[in-house]
Write a protein that binds this ligand. Structure first.
Ligand code: CMC
Length: 427
């Protein structure tokens, strides 16, 4: 392969260097494009634009490959656990057993959230969407932890990671407790991180609580599968906000907001809302398939298709198995979940979906698992956020450590040319 790309523009030739990644992905480095030619590139949605070099996650959408720090998602989901994967993502290597034990214990040091945070939660109406509350609470953590992290100091960075992992989990579950009108629970330092999620969510002061190990295992897997996905919308947001040297909590709060949308993390909620709507409308799956195919109809089959996985979503394969295990173990008999099954089967047979390689994505199955666990639909994206947290932290850290410049895209102005200002009585 040549080492440069040549661009011919306005009668002149310009040469741009290539950047080649570990897996032979190629980028044309146009850093000097505007300076030399006066032109910019236009790529709405950034389908063809790389924003950074990264050592964290490799993804090949055509081949359905996802790897964190070189380890396949299949291996990690089967052999690892969420905290180990979090450590791997953020610090670059799998921990030794003493490093992992220390990491878990250090997270425990920060699991108490400032009591005054409760006053902030009290200000929200019970009906507030948990993602909005989570974004606000994450931002509010800055007020209680105002010291900015010196990313060049490993100890400070390590403490910031532990603190964020600890407090985010607790406040994420508080958004649910608030909506339910339940007292806010505290982290139990004798239990694991994922068990704590269940305990924080569901334990009531009226009796003991024991998390179901099959459910804890499936959740652990789901968190691993969601832990990073290279430069997706919320992660790019975290990096972009952090590029102005905004703090870690502020950047993550922005990531939560980006994740909320139905085309990104909000898809798992949208999946269940769609299934419930189909059920209420008589359960006719074919009618909704037809709507999804109709170009005049804005309806899309939620939980199908992906921006980068154009053949299959490797995470969906893993989680489909976990979904079956959870449904069997819990013995759930739910008409909405039967519709999910029918829809999945019908779409997989349908020419429109087959020809466009539209398969169920991870959110199709995660929504099903969450529902069977009794987690309310509005909390689904919060669970996605808990899983994505180590990825956001890892990407934020990498961006700051690499001293990346502030993110500031260009535009082509298409508005009015210069006009004369008319006083109000002459308009
Ligand atoms: N239902 C019906 N048609 C679809 C769907 C769908 N869910 N997804 C894509 N298509 C069609 C689309 O209309 C287009 O058809 P045509 O070639 O005739 O114009 C073709 O498939 C290619 O789609 P696209 O619009 O080029 O795909 P995209 O990369 O722009 O969008 C997507 C990807 C995820 C936004 C889209 O598939 C979608 O809206 N899916 C439903 C929402 C969803 O499940 N999102 C979660 C993604 S996974 C979570 C995450 O990682 O954030």
């Amino acid at each position: 392969m040549s080492k440069t790309a040549i661009l011919e523009f306005d009668g002149k030739k310009y040469e741009f260097p290539l950047i080649v990644g570990t897996e032979d992905e190629v980028a044309i480095d146009i850093d000097k494009l505007r300076g030399e030619t006066g032109a910019i590139t236009m790529d709405p949605g950034y389908k063809n634009s790389g924003s950074c070099k990264s050592e964290i996650t490799f993804l090949d959408g055509e081949k359905g490959i996802l790897r964190y720090r070189g380890y396949s998602i299949e291996d990690l989901a089967e052999k690892s656990d969420f905290l180990e994967v979090s450590y791997l993502l953020v610090f670059g290597e799998l921990p030794t057993s003493s490093q992992l034990e220390k990491f878990e214990n250090d997270i425990r040091k920060y699991t108490l959230v400032h009591e005054e945070m409760k006053n902030i939660i009290d200000g929200f109406p019970k009906t507030a969407h948990p993602m909005g509350v989570l974004a606000s609470l994450t931002s509010a953590l800055t007020a209680f932890n105002p010291k900015s992290v010196n990313v060049a100091n490993d100890k400070e960075m390590y403490e910031a990671v532990c603190k964020t992992m600890a407090k985010f989990l607790v406040i994420a579950t508080w958004t649910y407790r608030k909506a339910m009108g339940y007292p806010l629970n505290y982290y139990d330092n004798t239990k694991s991180y994922v068990e704590n999620f269940m305990q924080l969510m569901f334990a009531l002061p009226t009796g003991p609580y024991k998390a179901n190990p099959v459910v804890v295992n499936a959740l652990d897997k789901l968190f691993i599968l969601h832990a990073d996905h290279e430069q997706n919308c919320s992660t790019s947001t975290v990096r972009m906000v952090g590029s102005s040297h905004a703090g870690l909590f502020a950047s993550i709060s922005a990531g939560v907001s980006a994740l909320w949308g139905p085309l990104h993390g909000g898809a798992n909620q949208a999946v269940l809302e769609m299934l419930e709507a189909i059920q209420k409308d008589g359960g006719d799956v074919e009618k909704y398939l037809a709507k999804a195919k109709d170009k005049e109809d804005p309806f899309r089959l939620m939980g199908f298709g992906h921006r980068v996985y154009k053949n299959f979503d490797p995470r969906a394969k893993i989680i489909k198995k976990a979904a079956d295990e959870v449904l069997n173990d819990l013995g759930v008999d739910d008409p909405v979940l039967s519709i999910a099954k029918k829809l999945e089967e019908a779409a997989l047979q349908d020419e429109y979906f087959k020809s466009r390689n539209l398969y169920p994505n991870v959110d199709f199955y995660s929504g099903i698992i969450y529902r069977s666990m009794g987690i309310p639909t509005e909390m689904f994206t919060v669970l996605f956020a808990i899983g994505r947290l180590p990825g956001w932290i890892a990407q934020w850290k990498e961006m700051r450590v690499n001293k990346e410049p502030i993110g500031r895209p260009r535009q082509i102005y298409t508005g009015s040319p210069l006009r004369e200002f008319k006083p109000i009585n002459e308009r």
